[in-house]
Design a protein around this ligand. Structure first.
Ligand SMILES: CC(C)(COP(=O)(O)OP(=O)(O)OC[C@H]1O[C@@H](n2cnc3c(N)ncnc32)[C@H](O)[C@@H]1OP(=O)(O)O)[C@@H](O)C(=O)NCCC(=O)NCCS
Length: 147
């Protein structure tokens, strides 16, 4: 997903992008990946910590890339990486990344089963294994251990 930062996206401090808008873009980008995998509606169940490493300025192009890392029964972890793109130098600067958990829901808003994830590359398998560990820790921290 590609966006351009406009004045309405700033927090009023020296043309720097507002973090809440970035969080919304991340939620949308990752949510679309989750909906594609679930073939239907999803809800955001959790967003892991977000660290913004460098300010994003008005006029910059923001590129968000999302991938489903892990699918369990009804939930899935999606990773979203955010970079800015320099149009002149044609390079990118890393801004932040986030791991989000989405739950597929039926017409009544209840969790519904999703397809297992097809792991194609070694990178897919590595991301899947890492995500499995994060899921355990996330659920433990949320007081939902042993599920
Ligand atoms: C997310 C939600 C549907 C889960 O409902 P629930 O009744 O707790 O459902 P369950 O206990 O059966 O859990 C369903 C799945 O969600 C996962 N889950 C629930 N809470 C979670 C959390 N805080 N973090 C990560 N995963 C979570 C469970 O691990 C489970 O995954 P699995 O089926 O793949 O094993 C429910 O909490 C909800 O509707 N939350 C509000 C979501 C929302 O409105 N988001 C937008 C915010 S504005």
């Amino acid at each position: 997903m590609t966006q351009i930062v406009m004045p309405m996206h700033t927090n009023g401090v020296a043309g720097v992008m507002f973090g809440g808008i970035m969080m919304q873009w991340i939620d949308v980008c990752a949510g679309v990946a989750a909906m594609r995998h679930a073939a239907g509606a999803v809800l955001t169940a959790s967003i892991d910590r977000l660290d913004f490493l460098s300010p994003v300025q008005v006029g910059e192009i923001v590129v968000l890339q999302a991938q489903v890392n892990y699918a369990h029964k009804t939930s899935m972890e999606v990773g979203c990486r955010v970079e800015t793109e320099d149009m002149v130098r044609r390079d990118r600067r890393y801004v932040t990344k986030a791991y989000l958990t989405f739950v597929a829901i039926d017409g009544l808003g209840k969790p519904r089963p999703i397809q297992p994830l097809e792991l194609v590359t070694d990178q897919d398998r590595r991301r899947h294994a890492d995500a499995e560990l994060r899921r355990k820790e996330r659920l433990r921290a949320a007081g939902r251990g042993n599920r």
